[in-house]
Write a protein that binds this ligand. Structure first.
Ligand code: GLC
Length: 727
């Protein structure tokens, strides 16, 4: 038995039941002071973890109490949501996902961890890997978008950034796969709502990122708030025991979400806290976040033989195992001088670099971008988000500091120097403002300028947990502002900061360029300015589909074919229907009458200052035997005038399956920097295990049959080849 196992087993033998239950309890900090109640509980060994304490002095003090004043001296896990940065704030995870750059995401997570660890934090509740295809849901900001493959690749990178190599490295902290599972399918995009997800959809869409993280050694899982097919995840034995433990063999520990165990009663799964404690502990939630049903009722449940001491010991040993792996038994204290300064130059430079690759250029009519300094005398900068260092940070920025932010206005002024006049008008007090009082001065500013950069979108509070929207257009009078400005006859460059896709179809005729920057974080301004003035070409690609209208939701690229798929010639628009339309469905298909069935912008889409052409897709074999691999190649050429990065994507389709299969599935991507005129050969390798899916018997299988394969710069690519999988 390893010395870790020996140590944990010896400790378990010494622990009283009170102390064991204490390890399974996470209490909330007191935000900057050590309350006597918390100190007393720690002394009695009744606390395993503290959440939301970020004062290093306080954290070192509560660690001291735990280590020197409790009977067994077991140190504490100190948890905090470090979702996209600690003091240095990076783009929201949905924005980071648009970079399709695992390396950058890993670096950002590493810096986030180092900054958090320097304040005594040793565990973060991230990465959030809830697949979501519903931008009404506020938490779509927090994840990596709609696709399991992209989400998995990026989540592994983020986990590695936090945990480094098995916590060896300055600032390594434990991470947490959340919210297990299916939370992103919350009905109507309202947070905390019911999720009804068939098992095959759970296994083929929602679980893969969690499975990848479990296999990669993520330190913990968080059970979701949500009701999963009638049994809330935080009390769901099938999920936490049959799948996570028995089928996946996961060895880490499971923490509940905030009071999600006590909420089992509110869901109506249990009658009271005691039953909630039973359902959660029996299902396999090892640690209770903030509610105290375990502290109050586990002892009784063991006395009544409804729970076994073995169940408790398993939970406690998993928690102690992480504390051991984090080195907390050797030293639980933090010396800030061991760490680099918060928000230092290196951290801020990376924060800018990741914004440069996260922004997505969605429109660029007549190549109006990049702007050329030589041809401009004056630039109008308009909008409530043009100069707001707080709002550009986005959701989940507990420890961010807007004083470090550089706004678009600051950066544009810095970019143009004294040679170009900047005419700045906020135009609206905030993004929800419906007043048009400043429209006149905004219009004047644009009329006296050569071009207008308009920075609009969502304030950060319109995004994130519990901040869902039934209408996902530009809030307030922002659309009216754009239409007012577009009447000035100057090029309108729209820069959007938001925590989700917005429905922008109605304003597209009024703008000349659209740069989607998500909530870009501390260094949003300088990166956006570099992109607008051509110091860097946009390269981001959408990690989530943009609907034309909210009524299209859910809309995502990897939909099923259906028996009557939408086609151009079967789409009839409401206005095309003759005055008296007789009842018929013949020749009809899966479309709406009042909007085209395509998205406004598809998954994987993004323009750049280069132009990319794909040709010559081939496979190195026509048939691939199950258990072997196949190579797919193509060429990509930058036919544009400017050098740029292109993210090339590989998609497959399994034409016939034991259950119906998506019309496309992302199975690879790579980034290439190409000079004008340069051609690069792309080579992707696929193993037949990458084509596996859970069939109607819930068995993970790769089936023989015909596959289509595509390569291109977007999920709508038409460059196609095919191959056959054979036994
Ligand atoms: C919140 C969130 C969860 C977060 C936790 C601690 O309600 O659902 O993602 O990690 O509570 O803040």
């Amino acid at each position: 038995m390893s010395d870790k196992k020996v140590r944990i087993s010896e400790l378990l033998q010494q622990m009283t039941l009170t102390e064991k239950i204490g390890q399974m309890s996470q209490l909330s900090g007191n935000y900057g002071k050590v309350s006597e109640e918390l100190a007393a509980k720690i002394r009695r060994g009744q606390v395993g973890s503290v959440i939301n304490e970020v004062s290093l002095d306080v954290i070192n003090e509560i660690q001291r109490i735990a280590v020197t004043e409790s009977r067994l001296g077991i140190p504490l896990l100190i948890g905090r949501d470090v979702i996209h940065g600690f003091k240095t704030i990076f783009p929201i995870p949905l924005g980071q996902a648009a970079s399709w750059n695992p390396t950058l995401i890993q670096h950002a997570a590493h810096i986030s961890a180092v900054e958090a660890a320097s304040c005594g934090i040793n565990w973060t509740f991230s990465p959030m890997v809830d697949i979501s295809r519903d931008p009404r849901w506020g938490r779509v900001a927090e994840g990596f978008g709609e696709d399991p493959y992209l989400c998995s690749e990026l989540a592994i990178a983020m986990m590695q950034g936090y945990q480094q190599d098995n916590f060896n490295g300055l600032g390594a902290i434990a991470s947490c796969a959340k919210h297990f599972v299916g939370y992103g399918a919350s009905e109507s995009g309202r947070d905390y709502c019911t999720t009804n997800i068939p098992e095959s959809e759970l296994r083929n869409t929602y679980m893969p990122p969690f499975k990848k993280l479990a296999d990669a050694g993520i330190a913990s899982f968080m059970s979701s708030f949500s009701d999963l097919n009638g049994i809330p995840a935080s009390g769901n034995e099938w999920l936490l025991k049959d799948i996570l433990r028995k089928e996946w063999g996961y060895q880490g520990f499971v923490v509940s979400d905030w009071e999600s165990i006590a909420q089992l009663q509110i869901h109506g799964l249990t009658e009271n806290d005691k039953e909630s404690a039973y359902e959660a502990a029996n299902a396999g939630v090892d640690m209770e976040m903030v509610s105290n049903t375990y502290e109050k009722h586990l002892r009784e449940l063991i006395t009544e033989n409804r729970l076994s001491i073995q169940q408790i010991d398993s939970a406690v040993s998993r928690i102690l195992s992480l504390k051991h792996d984090l080195g907390l038994f050797d030293s639980a204290y933090t010396k800030q001088s061991d760490y680099p300064a918060l928000a230092n130059g290196h951290h801020l430079k990376l924060a800018k670099d990741i914004v440069l690759e996260s922004c997505v250029l969605l429109e660029n009519k007549r190549q109006v971008l990049p702007l050329s300094l030589d041809s401009l005398n004056s630039v109008a900068v308009i909008g409530p988000l043009a100069d707001d260092g707080y709002e550009q940070l986005g959701t989940w920025i507990f420890d961010g500091d807007p004083d470090y932010s550089v706004t678009c206005l600051d950066a544009i002024k810095n970019e143009v120097g004294d040679s170009i006049k900047i005419n700045y008008v906020k135009g609206l007090q905030n993004t929800r403002d419906c007043s048009q009082d400043e429209f006149h001065s905004a219009k004047e500013a644009v009329l006296s300028s050569d071009v207008a950069i308009v920075v609009l979108g969502e304030e950060s509070i319109l995004s994130g947990e519990a901040h869902c929207r039934a209408d996902i257009g530009l809030p307030g009078a922002q659309e009216a502002l754009i239409k007012t400005l577009s009447s000035c006859g100057r090029p309108i460059i729209l820069v959007v900061m938001a925590g989700r896709p917005l429905t922008l179809e109605s304003i597209l005729p009024d703008i000349d360029a659209l740069l989607y920057c998500w909530h870009p974080g501390t260094m949003g301004g300088p990166a956006i300015a570099d992109l607008l003035f051509g110091k860097h070409s946009p390269s981001g690609k959408l990690p989530i589909t943009f609907p034309r209208k909210i009524g299209q939701i859910p809309i995502y690229y990897s939909q099923k074919h259906s028996g009557k798929p939408a086609t151009e010639d079967s789409f009839i628009h409401m206005n095309d229907i003759p005055q008296r339309a007789e009842q018929t469905s013949l020749g009809m298909s899966a479309t709406h009458l009042d909007t085209h069935f395509s998205p406004l912008y598809p998954f994987g889409y993004g323009l750049s200052y280069g132009e990319f052409e794909y040709r010559d897709i081939t496979t190195n074999k026509q048939q691939v035997r199950i258990g072997e691999g196949i190579e797919i190649t193509a060429t990509v050429t930058n036919t544009g005038q400017l050098a740029a990065v292109e993210i090339s994507q590989l998609y497959i389709r399994d034409l016939v399956g034991n259950i119906t299969r998506p019309i496309k599935e992302l199975k690879g991507f790579q980034r290439n920097f190409l000079q004008p005129g340069e051609t690069r050969k792309l080579c992707f390798s696929i193993h037949t295990k990458d084509l596996a899916f859970y069939n109607r018997k819930m068995k993970l299988t790769t089936e023989p049959g015909l596959f289509h394969v595509w390569i291109g710069g977007c999920s709508t690519t038409k460059l196609q080849a095919e191959f056959e999988v054979v036994k």
